[in-house]
Design a protein around this ligand. Structure first.
Ligand code: G1P
Length: 807
């Protein structure tokens, strides 16, 4: 597994990448919970914004990262040697060091005699700023006379204006020069539906390391670049022009840039100079914000607060195995749901769609991980989120950043994704089991687009009633707008999703079990169970297909002509992964069927080169009666990519049914691919999918992160709740115990920190071992699950060791 791109450098999962500037599509997120969202690349590219309508720098997609010049930059004009850019200047060596949550580029140019270090981060404090600290060291043997210039183009408006009224919106710019740099406050935010008076300022301010003031600034693009130059060859730098106090060029209503000129310094061999920049978006005085960060001390303090903030998030759940890379990689996976909470599904370079906010299913899936970390905090959010459900059981599809902000449809296209109704219960069920808080079911919640209020349970029942009013001719729920696979969006009338009919049936089983445990009305329980059994029996009987090769698996879909999608076909066997995952997860597939499915998936979906399961086989033709997905090239996104999310759910389903070896194989396939960076070409973490070249795509913002964490903790390590009691039920396979025969996981349970240690001295495999002695803080536990009361009595330390012998 060649990890040629980066290696971890400490236990906090910081890493170093050598020459990552040679990889065209790499990016790294910088953000805070106040809503600042940045992306940054080894060439200091990427954009900085707080939302769709407030971009400090020009919005970029992945294609732009290597092909446009609108990046952060710091120029050095070295007398007698010329100008050099820290962003894209020639370098003998480029390193990126990065961690939670900071990014440092180190570049060495031996000919010029310069080592540059550029550190960027978004402080965890309540401020919409990105900080940049720049250090240049003279590594030559001669004294160098250097004139430094910071250059950050200020876009200062809505992403919508990138093409639409780009010039007209620049006319709104009011540019103010301060002694620290450039502040742009557009007079209005442009919207032909109704222009708004604008109060936001976009600013780039800077100073020397010892807080010395800049010499001046070139606040417009034209002044900085010159008539003949551009951002790659700015005349202000190349000709070493001094900034003018009163330029001959009018400075209002122009494209702006935070191009700040600093004093020329003579730097002896081995000596360094440093500069600081604060780039931000705010209604308050930029200078006031700048003063919070205008010295190396202040920046260092903000950096350590920031590191601590993110490191703590990454450690809410953490694994200690023999494979240290795996443990550290999981730390990145663990914080990914927090990234998606901040960025939504729109604001990193691969995510060049949407206008912010998260989709309904994304919201509920991210909650899976968030509640494993902070169940108390999540309670309110869960109840509030049920306010997105309509009285007919459908729901708002976009969730805004503010608590309780639901948006009916993206781009005002009204659609119902037929799977949406099943995710909330899955998440709520996990919450109830972890916490024992059954009362949440009877908590009152609002309805979307209605004044009515009813219990959370009533919301859930409505969500599970609705699909029965949308039955297709084969007895499955209609596909409607699409299901989990957003790309199956052309079979609205007659298409059916067997996959998600199975998922709903699974929910109905779980819901009836839950209601039974809390002694809820018997008639409702019976009705739910009857419905679940009806669906399950029919799917097991009618949708199980056997093809000529002797392989068997479930059909997952019917198209808009009412035709069965999967099975033998003249173009080759057709099979989907989703069609298998949910019958397994819901318990519909019998044990024998699970084994058959595994064999068929290995035969038809497994890619021997990428060593992972694809989302579907190659249908070799478009499917206008099923969805746009099949318009995508095969192996890309929803048409047969190695898609992390469905794979993570595949692993979960296997584990849940006691197929630990198969679950582990799927988890390993995702992990191995992420670390096989000569192919996947991404920083640590899990991407949405691997494309036909094996490249990791749509990195960071993906539901697969939640599912991986959820699966690892509650299934592989088997640390979970059951109505508030602590379950210990490991499904770890022999390989996972490594040489030491011991693995651990640290997590929270019932408001306490636990460290569960598994000892497997006999190196027994799953199925061979049983749980022997188990103790909490050295006191033996009599029975499993550990009753919540007993657990709380025993777990009296800040970190409570739970030692489990596997015999
Ligand atoms: C993304 C979307 C998700 C959708 C999936 C398949 O997956 O965010 O809503 O279900 O594509 O179309 P993710 O990577 O978030 O799991």
């Amino acid at each position: 597994m060649p990890n040629t791109l980066w290696r971890f450098i400490d236990d906090d999962a910081a890493f170093v990448a050598e020459n990552p500037d040679k990889i065209s599509r790499l990016y790294f997120p910088l953000a805070n919970e106040f809503g600042m969202m940045s992306s940054i690349t080894p060439k200091l590219h990427g954009d900085i914004k707080t939302g769709q309508h407030s971009f400090l720098t020009v919005p970029v997609t992945t294609e732009d990262l290597n092909n446009t010049l609108y990046n952060r930059n710091f120029w050095l004009y070295i007398e007698g040697r010329g100008a050099w850019s820290m962003a894209f200047g020639e370098a003998d060596e480029t390193l990126v060091e990065a961690g939670f949550l900071w990014h440092k580029v180190i570049k060495i140019n031996k000919k010029l005699g310069i080592k540059a270090e550029v550190l960027n981060f978004v402080p965890a404090e309540n401020e919409a700023v990105e900080l940049m600290s720049i250090k240049a060291t003279n590594i030559s043997k001669k004294k160098l006379k250097i004139t430094p210039t910071l250059a950050i183009p200020i876009y200062g408006r809505s992403a919508d204006n990138l093409r639409d009224h780009r010039h007209v919106t620049s006319l709104l710019n009011r540019i103010r020069l301060t002694k620290y740099g450039v502040v742009v406050t557009p007079t209005m935010s442009f919207d032909e539906m109704g222009h708004q008076v604008n109060k936001l300022s976009y600013f780039v301010l800077g100073c020397e390391g010892d807080s010395g003031l800049p010499e001046g600034a070139f606040p417009t693009m034209l002044e900085f670049s010159g008539e003949a130059g551009n951002l790659e060859k700015p005349e202000a730098v190349l000709k070493n022009i001094s900034p003018d106090k009163k330029s001959s060029i009018a400075r209002q209503g122009k494209e702006a840039i935070g191009a700040i000129r600093f004093k020329t310094l003579s730097l002896g061999p081995g000596k360094s100079m440093s500069h600081l920049a604060v780039m931000g978006i705010s209604e308050d005085g930029p200078e006031k914000i700048f003063k919070k960060y205008n010295s190396p001390d202040k920046i260092n303090k903000a950096l350590s607060v920031n590191k601590k903030f993110w490191a703590e998030k990454s450690k809410k759940v953490y694994f200690s195995t023999d494979d240290k890379d795996f443990d550290r990689w999981m730390k990145w996976v663990t914080v990914q749901p927090a990234f998606r909470k901040i960025f939504g599904c729109s604001f990193l370079p691969d995510f060049d769609y949407g206008k912010g906010g998260r989709g309904w299913r994304d919201l509920w899936q991210d909650c899976l991980a968030l509640l494993l970390m902070n169940p108390k905090e999540v309670r309110g959010t869960l109840v509030n989120n049920f306010g997105g459900v309509r009285l007919d059981g459908s729901n708002a599809t976009i969730i805004g950043k503010k608590q309780g902000e639901f948006i009916s449809d993206r781009n005002k296209i009204s659609r119902v994704w037929m799977d949406h109704g099943m995710w909330p219960f899955m998440t709520l069920n996990l919450y109830i089991n972890q916490s024992g808080d059954k009362d949440i079911l009877f908590e009152k919640a609002k309805f979307f687009e209605s004044d009515k209020v009813d219990t959370v349970l009533e919301h859930i029942l409505l969500q599970h009633k609705r699909p029965f009013t949308r039955l297709g001719s084969h007895g499955n729920f209609l596909l409607e707008g699409a299901d989990w696979n957003d790309g199956l969006d052309m079979a609205k009338e007659k298409g059916e999703s067997v996959a998600f009919t199975a998922a709903y049936a699974g929910n109905l089983f779980e819901l009836s079990d839950l209601l039974e445990k809390i002694n809820y009305k018997r008639e409702i329980i019976d009705e739910l169970r009857q419905k679940a059994n009806g669906l399950a029996g029919r799917i097991r009987r009618d949708e199980w297909i056997k093809i000529n090769s002797g392989h068997s698996f479930f059909n997952g879909y019917y198209d808009n002509l009412g035709q069965r999608v999967e099975g033998g076909h003249e173009n080759g066997v057709r099979m989907t992964l989703a069609g298998q995952v949910f019958p397994i997860m819901s318990g519909i597939a019998t044990g024998g069927q699970v084994s058959e499915i595994y064999k068929s998936a290995k035969k038809y979906l497994w890619d021997p080169e990428l060593k992972g399961f694809r989302l579907n086989t190659d249908f070799k033709e478009i499917q206008p009666n099923l969805g746009r997905a099949f318009g995508f090239a095969y192996g890309e996104k929803e048409n047969g990519a190695f898609f992390s999310h469905m794979n993570a759910m595949f692993a979960y389903a296997f584990y849940k049914r006691g197929f630990a070896k198969e679950g582990f194989e799927v988890i390993s396939s995702i992990y191995n691919m992420c670390l096989n960076t000569s192919v996947s070409r991404i920083y640590p973490g899990v991407p949405e999918y691997f494309n036909s070249d094996g490249r990791g795509m749509y990195h960071y913002l993906t539901g697969s992160a939640s599912w991986l964490l959820f699966t690892m903790l509650t299934q592989a390590f088997g640390v979970a709740g059951e109505m508030g009691s602590l379950v210990i039920n490991p499904k770890l396979v022999k390989e996972q115990f490594g040489k030491s025969g011991k693995v651990s996981v640290s997590a929270g349970f019932a408001g306490k920190r636990i460290l569960v240690n598994y000892y497997n001295p006999g190196k027994l495999d799953y199925g061979e071992y049983k749980i022997g002695n188990i103790s909490i803080n050295n006191k033996s536990v009599k029975e499993l699950p550990v009753k919540r009361e007993e657990f709380l009595n025993l777990a009296e330390k800040p970190v409570n060791a739970i030692d489990v012998q596997l015999v």
